[in-house]
Design a protein around this ligand. Structure first.
Ligand code: NDP
Length: 265
């Protein structure tokens, strides 16, 4: 077993992603869009995967010209294994034959009493939140193994994979994220020869995912957060950059929690 050593360098160079190619799923909005921007700012070329956004291609073109790196949008439903394999092939061909970083970030969240949830809803939520990252990780691992130059997989998990809120009614979401944290740990060992696998678990961050959350509930989250506020998407940039860069070269199987201390008490 051998985890590649990148060599010591100036600390800011350790965070550089110059020359790297990253795939970010769910890159059209919210947390994923912030990751795309962060990686572009750090010098990476980025393939941003979306499901049905009508603005993803224009957004990618605008970000490309702002940051002077290649950013392209790709439509793919991450819960479809065949589609994932095909889009990874296209991306590798479009980006000079390699990938270095995968952020499996796309996710959805249903709020419903467990006994009311249909099998179709269960499959759909697990399909995007658990099967999707697995399909993407396996597709990326194939290239990382063949390339032999190391690789980085980052799963967007959640504090919901670590604790359960009361009352929550997000049993399947919580289970999908808990499963992903454990999947990362398992893969970090199994794949240690050719890539690192880590998680970022955000606390409550205002994005479209929280549309429709009643104010009383978000007030309760804030009250329960020692930081006494919710997070902003840009406050996750550092964690995702750290995980993707040589600054974290000895870290694999970890879960970085960014939650204003919500899970601490
Ligand atoms: P948003 O709802 O803002 O964005 C979701 C993103 O995922 C969009 O880019 C969407 O694409 C994409 N997506 C959804 N389904 C699919 C699919 N089947 N295939 C491909 N892409 C898909 O969510 P957030 O930014 O808030 O969430 C991002 C991740 O962070 C999720 O995994 C979520 O569980 C996690 N998270 C979020 C927290 C929060 O408080 N917001 C807290 C902890 C974790 P499109 O634009 O085309 O619809």
């Amino acid at each position: 077993m051998h985890l590649p050593k990148p060599g010591d360098a100036h600390v800011l160079d350790l965070f550089s992603l110059k020359g790297k190619v990253a795939i970010v799923t769910g890159g059209s909005r919210g947390i994923g869009l912030e990751i795309v921007k962060a990686y572009a700012e750090a010098g990476a070329s980025v393939a941003s995967i979306y499901r049905s956004s009508s603005t993803a291609h224009q957004l990618a073109a605008d970000l490309s010209s702002t940051h002077g790196v290649t950013i392209r949008a790709y439509q793919c439903d991450v819960s479809d294994e065949t589609a994932v394999g095909a889009v990874f092939e296209r991306i590798v061909a479009d980006f000079g034959g390699k990938i270095d970083i995968l952020v499996a970030n796309a996710g959805i969240c249903y709020t419903a009493a467990a006994e009311d949830m249909s099998t179709a809803e269960f499959r759909s939520e697990m399909g995007v939140n658990f099967d999707g990252p697995w399909f993407c990780a396996r597709a990326a691992a194939k290239y990382f193994k063949a390339q032999g130059s190391g690789g980085n997989i980052i799963f967007t998990t959640s504090i919901s994979g670590m604790i359960v809120n009361i009352p929550d009614k997000q049993a399947i979401y919580n289970a999908s994220k808990a499963g992903l944290i454990h999947l990362a740990k398992s893969l970090s060992i199994e794949w240690i020869d050719f890539c690192r696998v880590n998680c970022v678990s955000p606390g409550y961050i205002w994005t479209d995912m929280l549309d429709g959350v009643p104010k009383e509930l978000s007030d309760e989250w804030v009250a329960l957060t020692p930081a006494k506020r919710m997070g902003e998407t840009y406050e996750l940039k550092g964690a995702y950059l750290f995980c993707a860069s040589n600054a974290s070269s000895f870290m694999t199987g970890a879960n970085i929690v960014v939650d204003g201390a919500y899970t601490v008490p």
